[in-house]
Structure formats: structure tokens, C-alpha cells
Design a protein around this ligand. Structure first.
Ligand code: SAM
Length: 202
């Protein structure tokens, strides 16, 4: 089990980022999965009937059972989570071309925080899907503020390898051609986590 906020966890996250590696050890072990079902249900309610959906970092693929039966669901993750999984490390470069699947919507629940280079990732994503629903634990302190460094270290204590405020995240998506359609909050005892719905600007 991950030791949250320990120095070994922080150093592992920083090492992964520095060397472009992914923490396979953590995610291959299904006992690392916590109860994120409430977030899953919130996301499912945002998905229109009939959508062709790919879920990146799908985990145990619980989203599928909350979607309208008319949706087509494809799970993707670091390791196979069952039949039909597209096995893909979001930190690998180059990323593959998935356009033949003609996905309408890409979903990320608790995943973007582990992508080292979010900028190039979102550029790639925009070619793969015209819309995206993503949760993200936003940073509080903007780039160039003194508090950013300790905040980045705290995030690394959860294994997170990037740090963006909400405004910075929305700008990243905007640079790739996605506009924010709307956002909802997932309320937890530890605080709120925002879920963003982006759509292409075309
Ligand atoms: C916090 S879990 C969330 C699982 C699922 N989305 C949910 O909400 O129940 C993070 C998921 O992201 C996947 N993941 C982490 N790093 C990844 C990477 N570099 N590429 C692809 N998937 C990754 C893990 O394998 C895991 O399934």
C-alpha cells in the first residue's frame, strides 16, 4: 500500500518524472484501488447516451456499469483489466493513433495527476477525441509563487507528478483546442475535487 506523504513516495514520484518512468508496481496491484465509486457515478451522469467512450486509467472499469447501455465503452490502462482493454502507458512517447476507433469522449478519473507531460499529452488527446471529461486535483498556488514548491512536494507524496491550478489546467486544454463546457464538484471528507467537461472549439 502506498505510504502517503512519506519521503520515499515523494522521491519515487520525482524519480519517475525525471526519468520518464511510470509506477507500474503501484498500479499492477489491485489492492491499491480505493473507493472512488461516487466520482464514477458523477462522471457517468455527464456521458450522453450512445457515446463511444474510452476511459484512460480505467482501473477496475466500474464506469461501464453506470453508463447508459447504448454507450460503447472501451477501457484503457497500464495493464490489461479485462477483455478489450487498450494497454497504454500515458507517459510513453510517441502515443499511438487511436482515431480508427472514432471515440466521441475520453474519460479520466484520478489519472491526469500521473501524466508527467500533460501539455504534449493533451495535444495528442485532441487528435483522438473531440470531448473529454476529467477529474483533476487542482493546485492552489500559481506557477512562480513561493508556495508552489512545497505544494508540488506535497502532491508528490500522493505519487502525483504534475501541478496545475484550475486556471492553468483550463489554459492547457484551451491551447490544444478544447473549451470548458462545464464543471462539477465531487465532495469528499478531504475536500472537493473538480470534474471538468471539455469540448473541442470547432
Ligand atoms: C486512482 S486510479 C483510478 C482508477 C479509475 N479511473 C477509478 O476512478 O476507479 C488511477 C488509474 O490510472 C492508471 N494509471 C496510472 N498511471 C498511468 C499511466 N501512466 N498510464 C495509464 N494509466 C495510468 C492506474 O493503473 C489506475 O488504473
Amino acid at each position: 500500500m502506498l505510504e502517503y506523504n512519506s519521503w520515499s513516495t515523494r522521491l519515487k514520484a520525482l524519480r519517475c518524472k525525471l526519468f520518464g518512468k511510470t509506477d507500474f508496481e503501484r498500479w499492477t496491484d489491485a489492492s491499491e484501488f480505493e473507493d472512488w465509486e461516487e466520482r464514477t457515478k458523477i462522471i457517468a451522469r455527464l456521458v450522453p447516451p450512445g457515446a463511444r467512450v474510452i476511459e484512460f486509467g480505467a482501473g477496475m472499469g466500474k464506469l461501464q456499469r453506470h453508463l447508459d447501455p447504448s454507450c460503447q465503452y472501451t477501457p484503457s490502462d497500464l495493464v490489461s483489466r479485462g477483455p478489450g482493454t487498450i494497454v497504454l502507458d500515458l507517459n510513453q512517447r510517441p502515443l499511438p493513433d487511436l482515431t480508427a476507433h472514432a471515440f466521441d469522449l475520453a474519460i479520466f478519473a484520478g489519472v491526469l495527476e500521473y501524466v508527467h507531460d500533460l501539455h504534449s499529452f493533451i495535444e495528442w488527446l485532441r487528435q483522438q477525441s473531440p470531448a473529454c471529461i476529467a477529474s483533476y486535483g487542482c493546485a492552489a498556488h500559481p506557477r512562480h509563487s513561493l508556495a508552489r514548491l512545497p505544494e508540488t512536494l506535497r502532491r508528490a507524496g500522493a505519487g502525483w507528478t504534475n501541478t496545475f491550478t484550475e486556471t492553468e489546467l483550463i489554459c492547457l486544454f484551451a491551447d490544444a483546442g478544447y473549451g470548458l463546457a462545464h464543471a462539477v464538484d465531487w465532495h469528499t471528507a478531504e475536500g472537493d475535487e473538480r470534474i471538468f467537461h471539455f469540448r473541442d472549439n470547432d
